[in-house]
Design a protein around this ligand. Structure first.
Ligand code: ADP
Ligand code: MG
Length: 199
């Protein structure tokens, strides 16, 4: 079973990983965007980690709702509302259970991904974070390691695509040949699940 502490570790592991990879995320965003994805997420997840240090939400749902709210309030641009919605909707779907099974988490994460596609209007193949989120959630039933591999493969598979949503879509065909920054950061978020589980 996964308790509030697991979800807190998930968020702090994500913050550490985003911190390590911020330059790479920003470099990807400088190729097909405005070079702020790394700093956006770094600011957001640093604030999330600080908030979770201060507050001690008692349930998995409350941890994720708090994290989502913090991302929305600290990250501008497209990714703040999208990431915030992902975590908030996942948290809401978990309700107020003190512990959840991996299967319950997988169902809730799917609700979170659905909320992202409703908000952003992106479908798989549009070269966005959705291209890593959907394969990850599809693989979650096979465990965190499988989800991590699926997210990484999904992110890599965005390289040959032409962007149809977000800032990168303004580039048209020139967006081809670069990996999507948001799909890349989703792979970090999903990889952090296995890290939180190992602790
Ligand atoms: P901004 O584009 O406002 O500068 P970021 O650079 O932080 O925001 O995030 C860019 C990422 O957001 C993209 O790489 C893409 O994965 C994701 N994104 C942008 N628009 C959408 C959308 N409509 N749906 C899903 N993801 C999106
Ligand atoms: Mg950007």
């Amino acid at each position: 079973m996964l308790d509030a502490d697991f979800f807190r570790r998930w968020m702090t592991a994500t913050a550490a990983s985003v911190d390590r990879e911020a330059e790479r995320l920003t470099a990807l965003d400088s190729a097909i965007g405005d070079a702020d994805h790394g700093s956006n997420l770094q600011r957001g997840f640093t604030a999330v980690a600080a908030e979770l240090d201060k507050e001690t939400p008692a349930t998995p749902g409350a941890v994720l709702v708090l994290a989502g709210r913090k991302l929305i309030s600290t990250v501008g641009g497209a990714s703040g509302p999208l990431y915030g919605t992902l975590l908030r909707a996942t948290g809401k779907a978990l309700g107020d259970a003190p512990e959840v099974s991996e299967a319950e988490f997988a169902g809730a994460f799917r609700a979170g991904v659905d909320a992202v596609t409703r908000l952003g209007g992106a479908a798989p193949g549009d070269k966005t974070m959705v291209d890593a989120l959907v394969p990850a959630v599809d693989a979650l039933g096979d465990g965190f390691a499988a989800a991590r591999t699926a997210a990484e493969e999904g992110a890599a598979a965005t390289t040959p695509l032409q962007a149809r949503k977000g800032r990168a879509s303004y580039l048209g065909e020139r967006s081809i040949g670069h990996q999507d920054p948001g799909a890349t950061s989703v792979a970090l978020l999903v990889a952090a699940l296995a890290e939180a589980d190992a602790k």
